[in-house]
Design a protein around this ligand. Structure first.
Ligand SMILES: Cc1cc2nc3c(=O)[nH]c(=O)nc-3n(C[C@H](O)[C@H](O)[C@H](O)COP(=O)(O)OP(=O)(O)OC[C@H]3O[C@@H](n4cnc5c(N)ncnc54)[C@H](O)[C@@H]3O)c2cc1C
Length: 410
């Protein structure tokens, strides 16, 4: 038995926040935060944005100053991989063979990139973007005027395209679907992003599926199923992620699309919580348990999971929200738009400042706010409040954002 030792596996947004939240919420025992990357926990969102574009240095990526962990008596072990969890013995096994006992365990193992499975995928110059090391690999291949082919027109692909354009590369984005951001936004928002990227000189190829990467010592061309072919000095693949849930499943915890947890973050073992990109959790704004890939979500889950480990189970009822920065466009997304039956626009997309409101049966589900911070704040409140909204007012620019919060029944 190992009294009062919380071990956290995975030292990124979820793990770093869980460690500090445990201290804030009165955990008096030892805390060990174990991560397999060499660096103290750092922020991932800037990787495809300011960091890749050379506008932020590594030091300014850190989630917290490295000394802060020791200050809060948190033992941070970087470059260290957990290879197994022994629930009967309440121990974790490290790659070195060392075993550490725990009384409570936090699984914050995140997600890894989905590999593209086509011939030539292993060629030098075919890169992914998940870690700082990935960005260093990409940067080594950036040359002004060089040709970058990005596979995938989701947020990561488009942010990478924007950053590589700013570094002077010629950029092609190959998207399998008929529009970019197809999985996450409505057609008017996809069309806006397509046009904006094209205005910045990005070549967007839709309905375009990669068949193979070709080259000698390194990638030189991308061959697509319909015969289209693109020269490439650099390829960046951004086709989604896979949750790191093997440690959990191998130790007999329930997994689905992520480690299955309840609203308080608890797994099927009461002494183990899971949070962040690796978990699937019920959410009051989703019809079924959902795996969210977002920093705000990981932070909220950490606050609740810490309380749960300290003996005060606390459900996560927070409204999901996300953001994406591309060029001078700040997209802020409130809520989850799945199964919407109406999209209402406020503002003209050509002005690069507009909102797409997503409604279902007269209620607001979500909003994509492009350079519209006031509407984003309003959307969060309206969605949280529930109840019907007036679509005409949402669309009407004469109605100030704050006035949208007025209770229609008053
Ligand atoms: C390029 C990029 C841009 C993004 N942009 C945004 C954005 O604009 N807004 C937003 O909200 N979100 C964004 N995200 C998503 C966001 O970064 C993730 O939701 C967030 O990182 C999830 O944090 P996490 O701690 O759950 O997992 P991760 O960040 O995936 O961290 C998990 C950590 O655990 C480590 N690990 C895994 N297994 C083990 C093991 N067995 N032993 C030890 N360590 C292990 C991993 O190596 C990793 O360091 C972006 C992600 C990327 C990659």
């Amino acid at each position: 038995m190992h009294s009062d030792h919380a071990i956290i596996i995975g030292a990124s947004h979820a793990g770093a926040q869980l460690a500090t939240a445990l201290r804030q919420q009165g955990w008096g025992g030892a805390i060990t935060l174990i991560g397999d990357e060499p660096s103290p926990p750092y922020q991932r969102p800037p990787l495809s944005k300011e960091y890749l574009a050379g506008k932020r240095d590594a030091e300014h990526l850190l989630i917290r100053p490295a000394e802060l962990y020791a200050k809060h008596d948190i033992q941070l072990r970087t470059g260290c991989r957990v290879i197994a969890i022994d629930r009967a013995a309440r121990e974790v096994e490290l790659g070195s063979g060392e075993r550490l006992g725990y009384s409570k365990l936090g699984l914050c193992t995140g997600a890894r990139v989905r590999p593209i499975e086509v011939p030539g995928a292993g060629l030098e110059g075919v890169c992914y973007l998940r870690t700082r090391a990935d960005v260093e690999r990409i940067r080594q291949r950036v040359t002004p005027g060089g040709k970058a082919v990005i596979v995938g027109g989701g947020y990561i692909g488009l942010e990478t395209a924007a950053s590589l354009r700013q570094l002077g590369m010629q950029v092609w984005v190959l998207e399998m679907m008929g529009r970019v951001l197809a999985r996450v936004t409505a057609p008017p928002v996809s069309d806006f992003y397509r046009r904006y990227h094209e205005q910045q000189g990005v070549n967007l190829e839709l309905n375009c599926q990669v068949q193979a990467f070709e080259g000698g010592a390194r990638v030189e061309r991308v061959q697509c199923l319909d015969g289209r072919c693109f020269d490439a000095d650099l390829v960046v693949v951004g086709i989604g992620v896979i949750p790191n849930q093997e440690l959990a499943s191998e130790t007999g915890l329930e997994v689905a699309n992520g480690v299955v947890v309840d609203a308080c973050g608890q797994t099927s073992d009461p002494d183990i919580v899971a949070l962040g990109d690796c978990c699937q959790q019920p959410n009051p704004y989703a019809a079924a348990p959902i795996r969210l890939e977002s920093v705000p979500s990981a932070m909220e889950q950490a606050r609740c999971a810490a309380a749960t480990l300290c003996g005060h189970p606390t459900p996560n009822t927070s409204l999901p929200w996300f953001w994406s920065d591309q060029y001078d466009l700040k997209l802020q997304i409130a809520g989850l738009n799945s199964h919407y039956d109406q999209v209402v626009l406020r503002g003209d997309p050509d002005s690069a400042s507009f909102v797409a409101w997503y409604l279902k049966q007269g209620k607001l589900l979500a909003a994509d706010c492009i350079n519209r911070p006031k509407e984003f704040m309003v959307a969060k409140q309206l969605i949280g409040r529930g109840g019907e909204v007036d679509a005409e007012q949402l669309a009407d620019e004469q109605v100030a954002p704050k006035a949208l919060l007025a209770d229609p029944t008053q």
